[in-house]
Design a protein around this ligand. Sequence first.
Ligand SMILES: Nc1ncnc2c1ncn2[C@@H]1O[C@H](COP(=O)(O)OP(=O)(O)O)[C@@H](O)[C@H]1O
Ligand SMILES: [Mg+2]
Length: 363
Amino acid sequence: MSGTSYDGVDVALINTDGEEIGRVGGTLYRPYTEDERQLIRRAMAQSANLAERSERPGALAEAEALVTRSHAEAVETFLAANGVAAGDIGVVGFHGQTVRHDPQRRLTVQLGDGAALARRLGIAVVHDFRAADVAAGGQGAPFMPAFHRAMVRLLAEPHPVGIINIGGVANLTSIDGDELVACDTGPGNALIDDFLRLRSGSSHDADGRAAAAGRVDEAAVARILAHPFFAQPPPKSLDRNAFQHWIAQDAKLAGKSLEDGAATLTALTAAAIARASELLPRAPASYIAAGGGIRNPVLMRMLVERLAPATLKTADAVGWSGDALEAQGFAYLAVRSLYGLPLSYPGTTGVPTPMTGGVLARP
Ligand SMILES: Nc1ncnc2c1ncn2[C@@H]1O[C@H](COP(=O)(O)OP(=O)(O)O)[C@@H](O)[C@H]1O
Ligand SMILES: [Mg+2]
């Protein structure tokens, strides 16, 4: 898995029949180098004009080769480190790198050559998870809810349980018995990452240090939260770069110090998640948070404050892997795809009926 933060590739191994989750194996993280990130960033910028999901003009072809190669390396390193043979792996779920997500145009573009990955690894690969959903009129995101439901079955939490995943884009799943409601909530780490890169050259606000030293401009948070996206009930989804325009228009934000800007964008991220939680059919009593965002203590503190009186635990605190959860999720979805089971639902992506998806590439 490589998410919209394009920080690196996460590998995870799980045992599943596509319904129940059995033994969960090791994980591996293969970060992108700064050059690799720059290439993906260029590909994202150039994907703005794509009309067709298969087009690969400009940097897109080179970025796709990088995505395929880096995922192959990550899986090979993982197998060697864990003493697992390729022949012991039933299937690899290969999400690919999203460079464009525009469900209104029925377009979602993930870079990565599934057939080439299957040949190189000698393992069957399921890829292109989101295409069928978007083609059928769904939002194409979020895709973790079916997996979250299977994971929550293993816990004793009272329902509804809210699962928050803070990647580049943040999303929320509510699990109430078997019923799933989900949506993207708005920015995850993407705004904070972009602001930090612009102002200090760092890839992210490590441990929330800049935000911790700044002051939140609540008026700016309220101004951006007034965007109609935040009032829309679930399901809904967003392109990673959708927020850019909203933020760029905010002149006051542009004039802020590194610290105040980071604090304000961190508060906006927490507030957007809390706002989405208010739009759920039933308020969860407890939340579990995963994704790289949980490593940001300022973001977590703000989230705890804004979700109270509901409680918030980290994925790691309930015995899950906060970092590898999405990689495990796409492994689960790959197996569901093999069996033709639904990946998305009317309540999670707005697709008219429960929808399977994914494309199988054999080695
Ligand atoms: N120590 C940390 N402090 C603050 N933020 C962090 C830290 N570690 C990771 N992150 C954030 O998490 C992001 C990666 O999260 P991840 O869940 O991999 O997102 P994605 O699914 O979009 O790839 C980084 O870009 C960064 O913003
Ligand atoms: Mg990541």
